[in-house]
Ligand binder design. Structure first.
Ligand code: PNW
Length: 456
């Protein structure tokens, strides 16, 4: 290893932002404290049979009470960015009406502590925890939810806009559409198949309306930097068969294009526009296409797609992508696909594309501390190393990537998997709430320290 390449560590350009990422329901706990109202994830996790290990986010990492310790971990790690999400039902317990002062206080204290530690906050307004009261009125199938979201966004802009560096209105609208409303493995647990498409349109409108509300509401003298955090996965056909290629194109349009095209170009992919005709009203596409200060990409792995059989419920099928290592979650590890995807994304959208941040990337490896208390997660180091190098190469090829937020700082509540999948740089013992930095934490600290040195 030569000093020029950071002693064998990935090297990113000067000023590149290194961070970590979490979400409120996955880490906070304190589900019924200080006036927080229930969200659809409280309802979902308390419904028997929904979560693989029967767990809930009631306590999670108890970050609500332990955030100082967690910010100290970030400071020691050397990151200068943290992507968190705000719990809507902590701020507005029923999703509308007056603000819960204690909920706002919590985020005040957290944001202040982050800034004092030299960590710039990126705040997501909606990381899947819709106030249950709004779900009772139809949730994201109801256009009125968008008005409530814009009001909530304005509250957040006004209260936190002096301290939040970057805003993300909606995390992964495609996952919400598919997992929450399409197949029902996430809250609110609806399996509507193609009838879930209106959810995509409403979440896109929520994104646009929140962008407007944030920009209008941040304190005088500040400007809101607004982006997105869209999950993108390269879609690879299972064979050269026309049917498989066709199914792959359709699924690619539903997972990727359905969100990219309206946000960046103000239109739906041609193949999907007819399916949305009834829900798209005049002016909607202009509302969705707000100028973005950055484009956030959550990347984990490519998917392999095949055409489904005749009487299947959906026209596509998901196949195992063979020939690659897999994480403990079974997800294939394909760093090159991130590099290729970023290069394709820039080539295709050019001037329409703002600077990119990788707003999530990481892997589940579930080992805990050994007899010496060491969490040896070399496989996570390899995953992160490969993906950071993929980003570095994309940057060298002209893709404007400004930062990388590793998912996740801590092991946490992994949605329908419960606590069984561990994505953290820091191990969490859920009995004692003890935090143990893993080897990957030290490795990430070394990567960050090596960048600082290369700045001279
Ligand atoms: C993302 N998929 O979820 C979320 O933003 C995080 O909250 C989550 O913990 C993390 O990735 C790891 O899962 C995803 O089906 C859920 O492709 C599903 C998919 C991707 C991301």
């Amino acid at each position: 290893p030569s000093p020029a390449d950071g002693g064998g560590l990935p090297q990113l350009p000067p000023g590149f932002r290194f961070g970590t990422s979490t979400a409120a329901y996955q880490v906070e706990g304190a589900a019924r404290e200080d006036g927080r109202g229930p969200s659809i994830w409280d309802t979902f996790t308390h419904t028997p049979g929904r979560i693989n290990d029967g767990s809930t986010g009631d306590v999670a990492c108890d970050h609500y009470h332990r955030f100082s310790e967690d910010v100290a971990l970030m400071k020691d790690l050397g990151v200068d960015g943290y992507r968190l999400s705000l719990s809507w039902s902590r701020i507005q317990p029923t999703g509308s009406g007056p603000v819960n002062a204690k909920g706002v206080d919590f985020y005040d204290r957290l944001l202040d502590e982050l800034l004092a530690a030299g960590v710039q906050p990126m705040a997501t307004l909606y990381h899947w925890d819709l106030p249950q009261a709004l779900e009772d009125d139809g949730g994201w199938l109801n256009r009125a939810t968008i008005d409530r979201f814009a009001e909530y966004a304005a509250i957040c802009g006004e209260r936190f806009g002096d301290r939040v560096e970057h805003w993300v209105p909606v995390n992964e609208p495609n996952v919400v559409m598919m997992m929450g409303y399409g197949i029902g493995v996430h809250a609110p647990g609806k399996a509507l198949m193609f009838d879930a498409l209106p959810v995509a349109h409403h979440l896109l409108l929520a994104h646009g309306r929140a962008a407007i509300a944030l920009r209008d509401s941040v304190p005088a003298g500040t400007t809101a930097s607004v982006g997105c955090a869209n999950n993108h996965a390269p879609m690879w056909p299972a064979s050269e068969d026309a049917a498989d290629i066709g199914a792959t194109k359709l699924f690619d349009a539903m997972w990727n294009g359905l969100f990219i095209e309206p946000m960046l170009l103000g239109r739906y992919p041609v193949d999907l526009a007819p399916l949305l005709e009834d829900v798209v009203l005049d002016g909607d596409l202009a509302t969705i296409r707000q100028p973005l200060d950055f484009y956030g990409v959550n990347y984990y792995n490519p998917w392999k797609i095949a055409a489904a059989g005749e009487d299947a419920e959906l026209p596509f099928e998901f196949r195992e992508l063979l020939g690659y290592p897999t994480t403990d979650f079974g997800w294939p590890v394909v760093p090159d696909a991130l590099r290729e995807w970023l290069i394709m994304f820039r080539a295709r959208f050019r001037a329409a594309l703002p600077p990119i941040y990788i707003t999530e990337n990481g892997a589940a490896y579930n080992a805990g501390p050994d007899a010496d208390g060491v969490v040896d997660d070399q496989a996570r180091i390899d995953y992160l190393d490969g993906h950071l190098r993929a980003v570095a190469t994309a940057v060298q090829r002209g893709v404007d990537v400004r930062g990388y937020y590793c998912w996740s700082l801590l092991d946490n509540f992994e949605w329908s998997e419960g606590y069984q999948q561990r994505f953290g740089l820091v191990h969490v013992d859920y009995e004692s709430q003890r935090r143990t930095p893993k080897r990957s934490y030290q490795w990430y600290a070394d990567v960050i320290a090596a960048q600082t040195r290369s700045l001279g």
